[in-house]
Design a protein around this ligand. Structure first.
Ligand SMILES: [Zn+2]
Ligand SMILES: [Zn+2]
Length: 149
């Protein structure tokens, strides 16, 4: 069996989730491309490429179950779109302002909660978002520049 399939089964079992075809398909999609962040509709479209018989409701339910179990994270992007990604390790996000893709980056740039004071209350968790131009967009911007000169 594909090692990513085995990993998906193991992760589901570790988190106490029954292994269903939908849960396995959803988790496998993210394990195969760990930096991927997709909307629920995009997840469904990708799964339908291989398993068109899976219903929208069961795939969406699998996404929600895996989010609750801490396998996936869910964020709302600046346009109000909800995105899901793998959440096996603590991470922050880099958002490309040209293509809108989200990338996971190591959570090394976070201030430690005890160091940061806010006047509204006690900080228990800090998340960092980076904005910029992703490597793929930088490469294509470079080629456009070359074409123009
Ligand atoms: Zn993420
Ligand atoms: Zn980009």
């Amino acid at each position: 069996m594909d090692p990513k399939q085995e990993q998906a089964i193991k992760l589901l079992q570790e988190r106490g989730l029954r292994v269903t075809a939908q849960r396995r398909a959803v988790l496998h999609l993210f394990l195969a491309e760990p930096s991927l962040h997709l909307t629920a509709a995009e997840v469904l479209a990708r799964i339908h490429e291989h398993a068109p018989e899976m219903s929208r409701a069961t795939v969406y339910k699998a996404l929600d179950d895996e989010r609750k179990a801490g396998l996936l994270d869910e964020h709302t992007d600046p346009n109000g779109v909800r995105l899901y990604g793998l959440d096996l390790e603590e991470h922050d996000h880099f958002i490309c302002e040209r293509c809108g893709r989200w990338y996971d980056v190591p959570a090394t740039g976070r201030p430690k909660p005890p160091d940061c004071r806010v006047n509204a209350g006690k900080v228990e968790r800090v998340e960092v978002f980076y904005f910029g131009l992703c490597n793929a967009c930088c490469a294509s911007a470079g080629s456009v520049d070359r074409m123009l000169t």
